[in-house]
Write a protein of this length. Structure first.
Lengths: 283, 273
């Protein structure tokens, strides 16, 4: 880690208070002079359950005949979330299952469009969300590197340049021309990790920590994460592991039923989360 | 569809801020990979493999010739007459039926990574163009075998091909959008496609259609498109100007409608695939 940027509050320019209610900012999203890598403003995702459920014309007709008697079955997986993440910052997202953590990551990755509000990302995103999405079991490891790589937005030239390094990192030299269906789970996970992380991203999105492969490979993964941190890559980390969040993140956001209950320095947010979870689930 | 009372949100990132067409162009490597995957995997584990792309219409042509060449003996070079139209029809029917299903089939990808969704129908159509190009080889052999001969008018071929492609892509985008919300569309279309095949002069000459149905024939876009394709190959003449221009105009209009509808609804696909 460079410039003494160890754990601790980094930028308190925008919303560093452990706010219980997230205020709707009317100030410009970007403070002049220092552009955030990620700016999320008043973000909400709304699902209309009756609408999103209809699957066939038969159901549709039945619903038309019956009418929608004032159905108010809206569901908000995320509601009025605002935060900014600055260059070089490691930002954690915590919350119970179903709090909206993964949905938030998917919105930032561009998979789910916001219903309200805005998400602005500057630079290249490397989403380590579902490693190996789009892997085709009938194609070989080599072919899958090009398929998955192109899915992540790499050009053919880039992939050719990175190919040897990817294969070496995944330790799959002997099996690279074997169809993926003959790989073990660990092997394809290693390949997915190797492809997705062989990048120079501006923003790294991580959903949980991957327990990929054996101890030796895990060490390699961690080493790669360390180089990202050392390079000052901005990281958004979603995890259940409070200790991990406390050890690595400068700031954090705590979600509960799609709403932000705390944003700010990690220690405060984790304390808030602990207080909240003991309150809501006395067991 | 109910109107959305909530103003729509905004997402801006390097890969989404450039508009749908530019985004697809940026993902051209993915397009290439999807086409390669389609061609490689279509006939996986078959001994003849990719040769089936060529054999399939050839076998169909042979059967039509065996059954109908006596009935339509007035039609010179009947095998070539059928084969030419079959190639065009296959490009359209396979392209649209696979294209309209492609968004749903690639749901697992759409749910996990950002990807310009129109790339899947586009890849389905492009795969069929690649197949079409390969079937030109047996087509030319057939032209020699039947003694139909070549003419310079073959240079017209790219124009009806472009029309067919645009028309197919437009239909694939339009029906592909509906199919995300109602999976029934796929099955309706498959049945409709069969009726459409018989309603189009592919294995029979247009002249046998009774005059009271002539209007229907001219309302069928595939009639004009396939006739334009036939002209340079089968008749050895330039396509009729009216058919060529109206076909191209209709195809571009279909593509525009399909494109607009697709991009109007694509942000909601994620909740359905």
């Amino acid at each position: 880690m460079s410039e003494g940027r160890v754990r601790g509050p980094v930028s308190q320019l925008v919303q560093a208070s452990g706010a219980v209610e997230v205020p709707q900012t009317s100030a410009p999203v970007f403070p002049r002079g220092r552009l955030p890598v990620l700016a999320v403003e008043d973000l909400s995702i709304r699902l209309l359950l009756h609408r999103e459920r209809t699957r066939s014309i038969r159901e549709y007709v039945i619903r038309m005949v019956k009418g929608r008697k004032g159905e108010r079955d809206e569901f908000w997986p995320l509601r009025a979330i605002s935060f900014t993440v600055h260059s070089g910052e490691i930002f954690g997202v915590i919350g119970a299952n179903g709090a909206g953590k993964s949905t938030l990551l998917k919105v930032i990755a561009g998979i789910i469009p916001p219903s309200v509000g805005s998400v602005v990302v500057r630079g290249r995103i490397a989403p380590l969300i579902e490693l190996g999405a789009g892997f085709d079991p009938y194609l070989t490891g080599r072919e899958n590197i090009f398929l998955y790589g192109s899915l992540l937005g790499f050009s053919q030239k880039e992939l050719e340049r990175r190919f040897a390094r990817i294969v070496e990192f995944a330790e799959l030299e002997e099996f690279i021309d074997v169809p993926l269906m003959n790989y073990s789970v660990g092997m394809s996970a290693r390949l997915g990790f190797a492809i997705a992380t062989d990048v120079e991203p501006d923003l790294l999105l991580i959903d949980e920590l991957f327990s990929v492969g054996d101890a030796a490979f895990k060490e390699k993964c961690e080493a790669r994460m360390e180089t990202f941190k050392a390079k000052g890559v901005t990281i958004l980390l979603v995890s259940h592991d409070l200790k991990l969040i406390q050890d690595t993140c400068h700031r954090a956001l705590c979600l509960h039923h799609g709403q932000a209950i705390a944003i700010g320095p990690t220690d405060k947010v984790v304390a808030e989360y602990n207080k909240f979870s003991t309150l809501s689930s006395p067991s | 569809m109910a109107t959305n009372p909530v103003r729509s949100g905004m997402y801006l990132a390097d890969h989404s801020s450039t508009g749908p067409l530019r985004t697809i162009l940026r993902y051209r490597e993915l397009l290439r990979q999807l086409v390669i995957r389609e061609i490689k995997l279509r006939y996986k584990r078959s001994a003849l493999g990719f040769a089936w792309t060529v054999l399939n219409p050839l076998l169909a042509m042979i059967i039509f010739t065996m059954v109908f060449s006596k009935i339509f003996s007035g039609q010179p070079h009947y095998p070539l007459y059928v084969f030419t139209a079959l190639l065009g029809w296959n490009l359209f029917s396979l392209g649209t039926s696979r294209g309209l299903d492609s968004v749903v089939l690639n749901g697992p990808i759409i749910r996990k990574v950002f990807v310009p969704k129109a790339i899947f129908p586009v890849a389905a159509i492009v795969s069929q163009i690649v197949n079409f190009v390969f079937t030109l080889v047996p087509l030319f052999l057939l032209m020699i075998a039947t003694g139909a001969g070549f003419s310079l008018s073959l240079l017209w071929l790219p124009v009806p091909l472009l029309s067919l492609t645009c028309f197919a892509l437009g239909i694939a985008l339009l029906l592909g959008t509906f199919n995300v919300f109602f999976r029934d569309v796929k099955y309706f279309y498959e049945a409709g496609l069969l009726a459409w095949f018989y309603a189009t002069p592919i294995f029979y000459p247009a002249e046998i259609i009774p005059s009271k149905f002539k209007l229907l024939l001219h309302l069928n876009p595939m009639y004009g498109l396939l006739e334009s394709l036939r002209a340079p190959i089968y008749q050895g003449t330039a396509p009729a100007a009216v058919a060529l221009i109206s076909g191209l105009a209709l195809s571009l209009a279909t593509l525009a409608v399909g494109w607009i509808v697709f991009h109007r609804f694509e942000s909601r696909f994620i909740h359905y695939v």
